[in-house]
Design a protein around this ligand. Structure first.
Ligand code: HEC
Length: 86
């Protein structure tokens, strides 16, 4: 009887770990341009990355990060994308 419970518990634990890894890798799988389109178009149309210099993007991104409520990860990826093409 106890072995049965142990097996069920291990099963549940494994399931939780699989689900957890899916959730946490979601942002990691997305590219900066994808995150940019998804997060930044909610409020306004998005200017192309060539519209501003890298320095300007840094300032804009800090400002918009609070507006879009981006996570550290999303913030870095979007900024990387915006600064990748001048
Ligand atoms: C919650 C709404 C919201 C989200 C989400 C948002 N913005 Fe904005 N954005 C604004 C508003 C409002 C303004 C104009 C007023 C201001 O500059 O604060 C603006 C202005 C801008 C401007 C113009 C700045 C300038 O100097 O003219 C740029 C560029 C910009 N946003 C980029 C972004 C990027 C990139 C993202 C994604 C990370 C983003 N925004 C997400 C609301 C938002």
């Amino acid at each position: 009887m106890t072995t049965k419970i142990a097996i069920i518990l291990i099963g549940v634990l494994l399931m939780a770990m699989i689900v957890e890894s899916c959730v946490s890798s979601k942002v990691a799988e997305k590219s900066g341009s994808q995150l940019w389109a998804e997060n930044c178009m909610r409020c306004h149309s998005i200017p192309p990355s060539s519209a501003y210099t890298n320095e300007e993007w840094g300032t804009i991104q800090t400002h918009m990060r609070t507006r879009a409520m981006l996570t550290e990860d999303e913030y870095k990826k979007i900024l990387e994308f915006l600064q990748s093409e001048e």
